[in-house]
Design a protein around this ligand. Structure first.
Ligand code: 3PG
Length: 483
């Protein structure tokens, strides 16, 4: 695959999948532009090279139908302003060939919301899974999805995926489209590269304990990553809608909760695998159940395996949140993917919020211990330098122990004996005006460093130090640092 840095976009049209699913207020004004800013380095690189841009994204969940509420036309001005060039708009993403072909180097075009076409997601519309005709409809949709992706691909010479927020979706614009470009003309954008590198770095140097949190509605979409993590994590929290597939698999009564009935065995396999590998698998035990899929629904807290008929689990309950927080507390590596509930509704965002707060707390603890270690290191260094300086002043003093005092031209050692001191040059020693306290050369004094390994901070056996010997706790009682 090509890389964005090495690719020369001069004279090329690039189609870039971004995630501009930004929140809007009731007037269609962007309330958080993080995602737009996140894609700018990629978009600007194409323009700076002398290429042109076809920008595509989804917004919201219009479910395959045109809905002005989710029109990307609402954000064109903001994107133009941030990108520094006027962005043209194609009001139908599947009929933009002409507008794309007309782009000159340095110009940009944004397509209307991809999800106004059901082909983007590839799910048949207007037919329920239970309908016997569903499988046939799904097959037909997969075929037209390919055509849709091919149309999008035809707008450009190369394809860039920089939609990190949508990277878990196997949609026309995020996955299928890639089949229509050869390896030398498709690549990740800077945002995606950055995130992929960050995950790689974390996984290649895991600081333990390592807690992974997988949420979201379906175990089937997470199974790849769950299996991959099973060999690496100490704690694995599985939450969100998939909780109910696990609950049902274990014989639970889950009311109307979301469930993948064809994945019950998979859920049991995951439980067995975690046990075999010694992974602490944390599943929700209680939930906030609602009598409707709505922010105004009536709610009650109930066990995940005993949800009344007509009710559905919508968020993690208080006991689950506590268990999640306990598995996050003290973690030195945390990977979170997917919410713990239907967080789009305020009423059901508490589970996800509890996870976010626990992560913030764990991150602060790691940071605090890093700061404390740096401070201790700096103090130890300063002390060592002071000792070295004191040693250098009287150039030939040879005392090695005791807290001795220079006085006049004589040196009194700890044992009380006194002798005249002369410096290296043989002349009389001139004592400093102020009598300094003699600092004996720093010796590793380790009355109770019970062998934690050379170079490791000594961790005194006191209550205030809880972490493993990783540098998280390096201050001994009394503020001294032992090495
Ligand atoms: C998001 O906001 O999480 C991404 O844009 C993906 O949106 P989706 O969950 O509707 O696919």
């Amino acid at each position: 695959m090509a890389t964005i840095d090495s690719y020369d976009f001069k004279g090329k049209r690039a189609i870039v999948r971004v995630d501009f699913n930004v929140p809007l207020d009731e007037n269609g004004k962007i309330t958080d532009d993080t995602r737009i800013r996140g894609a700018l380095p990629t978009l600007k690189k194409v323009l700076a090279d002398g290429g042109s841009l076809v920008i595509m994204s989804h917004m919201g969940k219009p479910k395959g139908k045109v809905n002005p509420k989710f029109s990307l036309s609402q954000i064109v001005d903001a994107v133009s302003e941030k990108l520094g060039v006027p962005v043209k708009f194609a009001p139908d993403c599947a009929k933009a060939a002409e507008a794309a072909a007309a782009l000159k180097p340095g110009e940009a075009l944004m397509l209307e919301n991809l999800r106004f076409y059901p082909e983007e997601e590839g799910k048949p519309v207007g037919i329920e899974k239970e309908d016997p005709a569903y499988e046939e409809a799904k097959k037909a949709m997969k075929a037209s999805q390919k055509e849709f992706a091919k149309t999008l691909a035809s707008y450009a010479d190369c394809y860039i995926n920089d939609a990190f927020g949508t990277a878990h979706r196997k949609h026309a614009s995020t996955a299928v489209i890639a089949d229509y470009f050869d390896a030398g003309n498709k690549m990740l954008g800077y945002l995606m590269e950055k995130e992929v590198k960050a995950v790689d770095n974390i996984l290649s140097d895991i600081k333990r304990p390592f807690t992974a949190i997988m949420g979201g509605s379906k175990v089937s979409t997470k199974i790849g990553i769950i299996e991959n993590l099973m060999d690496k994590v100490d704690n694995l929290i599985l939450c969100g809608g998939m909780t109910f597939t696990f609950a049902k698999a274990q014989g639970g009564k889950i009311g109307n909760s979301i469930c993948e009935d064809d994945k019950l065995q998979l859920a049991l396999d995951i439980i067995a695998k975690a046990k075999a590998k010694g992974v602490n698998l944390v599943l929700g035990t209680d939930c906030v159940a609602a009598d409707a899929f709505s922010n105004d629904a009536n709610t009650q807290i109930c066990p995940v395996n005993d949800i009344p008929d007509g009710w559905e689990g919508m968020d993690a309950g208080p006991a689950s949140r506590k268990a999640f927080a306990a598995a996050i507390e003290g973690a030195k590596t945390i990977l979170w993917n997917g919410p713990a509930g239907v967080f789009e509704f305020d009423k059901f965002a508490e589970g996800s919020r509890a996870i976010a707060e626990a992560i913030a707390k764990a991150a602060k603890a790691v940071n605090d211990s890093k700061v404390a270690k740096e401070k201790a290191d700096a103090e130890a260094k300063a002390k060592a330098e002071q000792g070295a300086a004191a040693q250098q002043q009287p150039q030939s003093q040879t005392a090695t122990t005791g807290s001795s005092i220079w006085s006049g031209g004589t040196y009194t050692n700890g044992g009380g004996s006194t002798r005249v001191y002369t410096n290296n040059g043989g002349g009389p020693y001139h004592a400093p005006q102020q009598q300094p306290t003699y600092q004996a050369p720093q010796q590793p004094q380790q009355p109770s460093n019970n062998g934690n390994g050379g170079g490791q901070p000594y961790i005194p056996p006191t209550s205030s130090c809880t972490g493993p010997i990783t540098g998280s706790c390096s201050t001994a009682p009394g503020g001294e640092v032992w090495w």
